[in-house]
Design a protein around this ligand. Structure first.
Ligand code: F6R
Length: 236
């Protein structure tokens, strides 16, 4: 696990964008895994800037998002679908048919999970996966206690995750209680992982990750077993 400590959020976003730009320019038909949440927003702004300056193109890129709420309309401003289109996809030249976000509004969620996993496999796997980390150590929506082997599945969100995500809704009761998420097993198959950590609220998670103890009680700890992880971190 390679750690890059930077002094502020802007540097974190620029550093992450530098890596993503390099990977996409090296392999224009890259398959990328993307996260939502506050942490990668700056990265997406930097990627849009680079695209507008003609420094990179997403025209051959395939993307897979980590997760989506269950039961939230895709047109709802809090859906991860809307997040991704507003914060990145609408502003770059990615082809719509190459964008994949789990569908949390389908009748058969189990089928959706199996199909999502198959799609990733048929794309040749994820070349580089961007991750954030939850205060409780979750990656994607794999909450503490999730099996390290899990594939794409339906989850019940932790109380702490619901509380953390309530900031995007009018109140806590509006936050969906379930989500569909790539599993830890799915994430671990990515060839490369870029974990972005920003914010004071992440201190406990940072300490636990740094301790090196690998346990299902702290999902991000599995990343110690992946051969190609870069953590970009700022305390600010
Ligand atoms: C989002 C996701 C989550 C977030 C995590 C951190 O797609 O999978 O695991 O990365 O909850 O969220 P922020 O960045 O808002 O602190």
């Amino acid at each position: 696990m390679k750690w890059i400590k930077v002094s502020n959020y802007k540097d974190l976003s620029e550093e992450a964008a530098k890596i993503m730009k390099e990977r996409i320019n090296n392999k224009p038909n890259l398959t990328i895994g993307l996260a939502t949440g506050s942490t990668p927003e700056g990265l997406y702004k930097e990627l849009i800037k680079a695209y507008k300056q003609g420094e990179l193109s997403f025209s051959e890129v395939t993307s897979y998002n980590l997760d989506e709420y269950i039961g939230l309309d895709i047109n709802s401003p809090q859906s991860y679908y809307q997040f991704m289109f507003q914060k990145l996809f609408n502003n770059v030249d990615i082809q719509k048919e190459k964008i994949h976000i789990p569908n949390g509004n389908t009748k058969d969620l189990q089928v959706e999970c199996v199909q999502y996993e198959e799609l990733i496999k048929n794309s040749g796997g994820i070349d580089i996966q961007v991750l954030g980390i939850g205060n409780n150590g979750h990656i994607a929506f794999n909450e503490p206690g999730t099996s390290f082997d899990a594939k794409t599945h339906v989850v019940e969100l932790d109380e702490s995750t619901i509380a953390a995500n309530a900031r995007f809704f009018n109140n806590k009761d509006e936050v969906p209680v379930q989500a569909i998420t790539m599993g830890i097993g799915t994430i671990m198959k990515s060839k490369e992982i870029l974990l972005l950590i920003s914010g004071k609220g992440k201190q406990e998670a940072i300490e636990k990750l740094k301790s090196g103890v690998v346990t299902e009680d702290f999902p991000a700890s599995i990343l110690h077993k992946h051969p190609n992880v870069t953590v970009i971190i700022t305390n600010n």
